[in-house]
Design a protein around this ligand. Structure first.
Ligand code: ADP
Length: 429
């Protein structure tokens, strides 16, 4: 910072030398008896003039240097003021909402875009706690974002919903960068990328999928009942070929049904209509019916299905529908991707704060290069198509989202050709 002016002694020294030379040295040489007395007066005068000349030149070059230096200093100061003003103008008029907050989350300043984003008048955000604008969407962001920031960690690209002054909701991608102000105090520069429009378009698409799936449910059910009724008619003898066609129809209906169920689950999870309904139930009873449901699938495929689920675990509190959705998808995958004579094992362990479900299989495994994408919507690993195994790539996305709603997580370990273990962890309430 160029707040203090440096002193230029050289300028004054040169001036003093010049003065001494002209006022003291010449008379001294002329009137005092020096060792140079033998020199002629002309030589002495020439010498004195040389001294005066050198002093003058020194003075002039030094003062030119000083003037240039002062000019450069003034120029850089002007430049600094200019770039500060420029920076401030950019900050103020940027189309991106910027908010400066202190380490407690209190707003120190907000630019015009941020003020418009929240639909308030200038200065209305100042002094308020920014984190109180974040809506609780069930993902615990209202807690973890402030906690993370207050620990001095930057936040990048967190999707949040924020409420405006009039109560309406806007969606944004939030990032907070840490910086130090001129006094060296840690602060946060917060940026928001408004994604409300994209969210609305996504929502409209999801609502369409939801509506279409609902509408498809009735004809699918009607098809299934009619096939069942047809099969149940006494005195109807079908040829083997006719039976084969009928089985194909039944399989097709089952596939359509599971597809529509998946679409509905995805749309409900994305629209946020699948809110958790917690209840207390016996874990062994819940797992018992799950075991019963999937034992038949496994038997049909000649896959051994083992569990430790008959142990008495006692009551737990969770949402049975969402838990069933998650574990059901994991079990159905484990059986589907395990060839004949393979093994699927389900285990559960309880700690004080968590319940861990492990679904392990000796199936085809997931290639390492596909691990990163495996929970993405509509993603299928590269080794399944060639094996002709049917699927939509929605199951694991549903598992992840269903567990998220009840505060759980999902992870896995897998080796291609050896097997896969999915680990679902839910909090113990
Ligand atoms: P899909 O309907 O294709 O089974 P999922 O979302 O359930 O969709 O699974 C996504 C992909 O993950 C599957 O296509 C498959 O490649 C892989 N996968 C899931 N579970 C297993 C498993 N137990 N063993 C091997 N691969 C699996």
């Amino acid at each position: 910072m160029f707040t203090e002016r440096p002193k230029f002694y050289a300028e004054y020294i040169a001036l003093v030398v010049f003065g001494i030379s002209s006022l003291v040295l010449v008379p001294a040489v002329l009137f005092v008896r020096l060792p140079y007395e033998k020199l002629s007066l002309v030589v002495i005068i020439v010498l004195a003039l040389c001294v005066i000349l050198i002093s003058t030149v020194t003075y002039q070059s030094l003062s030119t240097y000083v003037r240039t230096y002062k000019m450069a200093q003034k120029l850089s100061k002007d430049l600094l003021i200019h770039s500060r003003e420029l920076f401030y103008e950019l900050y103020r008029n940027s189309p991106v909402p910027y908010i400066l907050i202190d380490m407690e989350g209190k707003v120190e300043s907000a630019n015009t875009s941020a003020i418009r984003f929240f639909g308030v008048h200038e200065g209305a955000l100042d002094g308020t706690d920014f984190f109180t604008y974040i809506e609780d969407d069930g993902t615990n962001k209202t807690n973890f974002i402030p906690a993370y920031f207050k620990q001095g960690k930057p936040i990048s690209d967190a999707e949040v919903s924020l409420h405006k002054a009039d109560g309406t909701i806007r969606y944004a991608i939030l990032s907070i960068f840490l910086y130090k102000d001129v006094e060296g105090r840690q602060k946060g520069l917060l940026t928001l990328v408004d994604i409300t429009k994209q969210k609305m378009v996504d929502k409209a698409k999801t609502e369409f999928v939801s509506l279409a799936s609902h509408q498809l449910r009735t004809p699918i059910s009607s098809l299934r009942w009619n096939v069942e009724l047809f099969e149940g008619i006494p005195d109807v003898t079908l040829t083997d070929t006719q039976r084969q066609y009928l089985r194909k129809i039944t399989d097709g209906i089952a596939r359509m049904d599971s597809l529509v169920t998946d679409f509905l689950s995805v749309s409900k999870l994305e629209l946020g209509t699948l809110k958790p309904h917690y209840e207390t139930f016996e874990l062994s009873d819940f797992l018992g019916s799950l075991h019963e449901e999937f034992r038949l699938h496994a038997e049909k495929k000649n896959v051994t299905f083992e569990t430790n689920w008959s142990e008495q675990f006692g009551p737990i509190t969770s949402d049975t529908r969402l838990l069933n959705m998650a574990l059901g998808n994991l079990l159905s995958n484990a059986i589907k991707y395990t060839p004949q004579n393979g093994v699927v094992r389900g285990t559960v362990t309880l700690s004080e704060s968590t319940i861990t479900f492990r679904i392990e299989d000796s199936g085809i495994g997931i290639p390492g290069s596909d691990h990163e994408m495996i929970f993405s919507k509509l993603f299928r690993a590269s080794n399944v198509e060639s094996k002709g195994i049917d699927g939509t790539g929605l199951g694991l996305y549903i598992v992840k989202e269903a567990l998220r709603v009840i505060g759980g997580t999902i992870s896995f370990e897998s080796r291609e050709g050896v097997g896969t273990t999915f680990i679902a962890v839910i909090p113990r309430r």
